[in-house]
Each structure stands twice: as structure tokens, then as C-alpha cells.
Ligand binder design. Structure first.
Ligand code: GSH
Length: 334
């Protein structure tokens, strides 16, 4: 695993030394937008017009950030509009690579073997980490955006002419509530598990550990009284962003990242909520435990040098979730 420096691939892991052993997630570089008519994005971002078969999504089924984008593409029924590549789950000295084993889908845009070659197509002098997800513009021959939070919004709002608009992941009336809970969940949970797992000192590990479980406890209490994270009739973006961490938690974060105060299965409300989202039409087919467990346990050599992939946990994710008892509100919050 590594990064590009002025267009040259270097096999390097995250350097935590300058941050006292703490993992600091780098910022992403490609932040343009897609809108129905090419007018600027919500914060004035440079944007391109939505068109069928113009955009290509590169994801990993292991990655919780890419999983968000994959879920948005699925829920908005954009599978025939935006083509897809799925990288191999094993990330080694060349970073993410393409293959066709175990449900991976090769690069149909360029036929490249490594994801960093796609970044170099966009910018031959690129410096930065080579991450998934990536939305590629086949017409302009460059990356539109490689930030999953943006990609979920782009897929939710940018492709109106082609999408299932009965699904609105960010209803305007709930946007402020969604943004607020996203912020908490991002720092303490989505990124929190990484801060625990990638820490290289005891102190850098313990702080995010406490914040993670305090936040999961808070969410457990919230979900005892309401069906979803915000007062919505249907899952919103906030729920899907939490879901991709929850579904990996017991299988990977609990052991591999040492997030082991509790499992999600120990939280009755969080577990039922996770089951409901897993059982939501189309979602189970986006969840691939071979990729999830295979990636984390075999790619992070410093954390798991033997590369043994644990067989457990043994969990049946198809059992009734019993969340119907929490009636969603009939009117969305104003
Ligand atoms: N900010 C990015 C982060 C994406 C990210 O870190 N993806 C990981 C996989 S879970 C990755 O590709 N890592 C490769 C690396 O850092 O070298 C997003 O949310 O889209």
C-alpha cells in the first residue's frame, strides 16, 4: 500500500509519528460535482452535466466509504446509468488492484491493472493517496470526485433525469438534522474505528475508543425511541453512512481494530436497526464479507502479520429485525 508523489508510486503506510501515534485522515483532492444541467454544485463547485453512460464509479466492497457510494447508486437505481468497477479486496504493495476474482469487476474504462494508474490518467503529476471511491468522467477523461460524502450527495441529487426520485436520501426539511448527526457519527464512529485501529500509541488508541463507545451508547438510546437516526419515515443518508461502519463492526473493527468494549450484537436497538438496513431491498447484495474480512485482515500487515482471517463471528443477518414496533413519524420534521 502506498501513495503517489509527483506521479511516482511509493510503497508507504500512514505515518503516525508526527501526530504522536494518532491516525490523521488526509483530505481529498478531487471535489467537483455532477448536476442535472451542469450548473454549479451546492457550494458553487465546478460541475458537469448528468448523462447516461458518461460516469464510472470505482469502489472496493471492503471499504465503508466506497460502500456509501455503492448504496446510493443502488437506492437511486442508477446501475444502468453509472458503470462500475470493483477492486480486488487485497491491497498490497501496489495499492488497490483490479481482478475478477470473488466478485471483483475489472477496469472497463482503460483496462488498467492498478487504481493508481487511473489517478495518473487524471493527473500525471498527482501527489496523494490513491483511495476509493472514485467517480470518473469518461467524457472529460478525469476524476470528478473522490470524496464519499460528496459522492452520496451527487448520486442523490445530480442524476434526477435518470434516478428513482421516489428515494430522497436528504429531504430538505431534515437536512440540518442529517448534517448534525453525520458530523458526530463521522468523527466518533466512521473515522473513530480507524483512529483506534491505526493508532500506534496507547494514548492515541484509548481516546477515540472512549468517544466511539460513548457515541454508540448515545445512538443506542436514540434508536430505542425512533426507528431511524433522524425523524424520517425512511432511512436517510445519515443511516446509510452509519450502516457501512456497523455492518463491518463485529466482523472486523471489534477484533482487528481493537474496538472491543462491545459488539453491535450486544446493543439490541443498534443491532435490530442494522438488520433492518441490511434487509432493505437491494442492500444485502452490496455487502460482501469475503471482501470485507479478506481486505482488512490480509492487507494491514502491521496489525495482523499472520494474515489469518478469523472465521467468526457467527451471525444470522436474516432474522426478523422487529423494528416495525417503532412507527416512523407520519410527517417529516419541519
Ligand atoms: N475521504 C475518503 C476516504 C476514502 C478512503 O480512505 N478509502 C480507503 C479504503 S477504506 C482507501 O482507499 N485507502 C487507501 C489508502 O489510503 O492508501 C472518502 O471518504 O471518500
Amino acid at each position: 500500500m502506498g501513495l503517489l508523489v509527483e506521479g511516482q508510486w511509493q510503497d508507504k503506510w500512514y505515518d503516525t509519528k508526527e501526530n504522536g501515534g494518532a491516525f490523521k485522515r488526509p483530505t481529498t483532492d478531487f471535489r467537483n460535482w455532477v448536476t442535472p444541467d451542469g450548473s454549479p454544485g451546492p457550494d458553487g463547485q465546478e460541475a458537469y452535466e448528468a448523462e447516461a453512460d458518461r460516469y464510472h464509479l470505482y469502489v472496493s466492497l471492503a471499504c465503508p466509504w466506497a460502500h456509501r457510494a455503492l448504496i446510493a447508486r443502488k437506492l437511486k437505481k442508477l446501475e444502468d446509468v453509472i458503470s462500475l468497477s470493483i477492486v480486488d479486496y487485497h491491497m498490497a504493495e501496489n495499492g488497490w488492484e483490479f481482478s475478477n476474482r470473488d466478485g471483483a469487476i475489472p477496469d472497463s474504462v482503460f483496462g488498467k491493472s492498478k487504481l493508481y494508474e487511473i489517478y495518473l490518467q487524471a493527473d500525471p503529476a498527482y501527489t496523494g493517496r490513491v483511495t476509493v471511491p472514485v467517480l470518473w468522467d469518461k467524457k472529460r477523461g478525469t476524476i470528478v470526485n473522490n470524496e464519499s460524502a460528496d459522492l452520496v450527495r451527487i448520486l442523490d441529487t445530480g442524476f434526477r433525469e435518470f434516478a428513482d426520485n421516489g428515494v430522497d436520501l436528504t429531504p430538505a426539511a431534515l437536512r440540518a438534522d442529517i448534517d448534525a448527526i453525520n458530523e458526530t457519527v463521522y468523527h466518533a464512529v466512521n473515522n473513530g474505528v480507524y483512529k483506534c485501529g491505526f493508532a500506534t500509541t496507547q494514548e492515541a488508541y484509548e481516546k477515540p475508543f472512549d468517544a466511539l463507545f460513548d457515541t454508540l451508547d448515545m445512538i443506542e438510546a436514540r434508536l430505542s425511541g425512533q426507528r431511524y437516526l433522524v425523524a424520517s419515515q425512511y432511512p436517510t443518508e445519515a443511516d446509510w453512512r452509519l450502516f457501512t461502519t456497523l455492518i463491518r463492526f463485529d466482523a472486523v473493527y471489534h477484533g482487528h481494530f481493537k474496538c472491543n468494549a462491545r459488539q453491535i450484537a450486544d446493543y439490541p436497538n443498534l443491532f435490530g436497526y442494522m438488520l433492518e438496513l441490511y434487509q432493505w431491498p437491494g442492500i444485502a447484495e452490496t455487502v460482501n464479507f469475503k471482501h470485507i474480512k479478506g481486505h482488512y485482515y490480509t492487507s494491514h500487515e502491521t496489525i495482523n502479520p499472520t494474515r489469518i482471517v478469523p472465521k467468526g463471528p457467527v451471525q444470522d443477518l436474516t432474522v426478523p429485525h422487529n423494528r416495525e414496533r417503532l412507527e416512523p413519524p407520519s410527517i417529516t420534521a419541519a
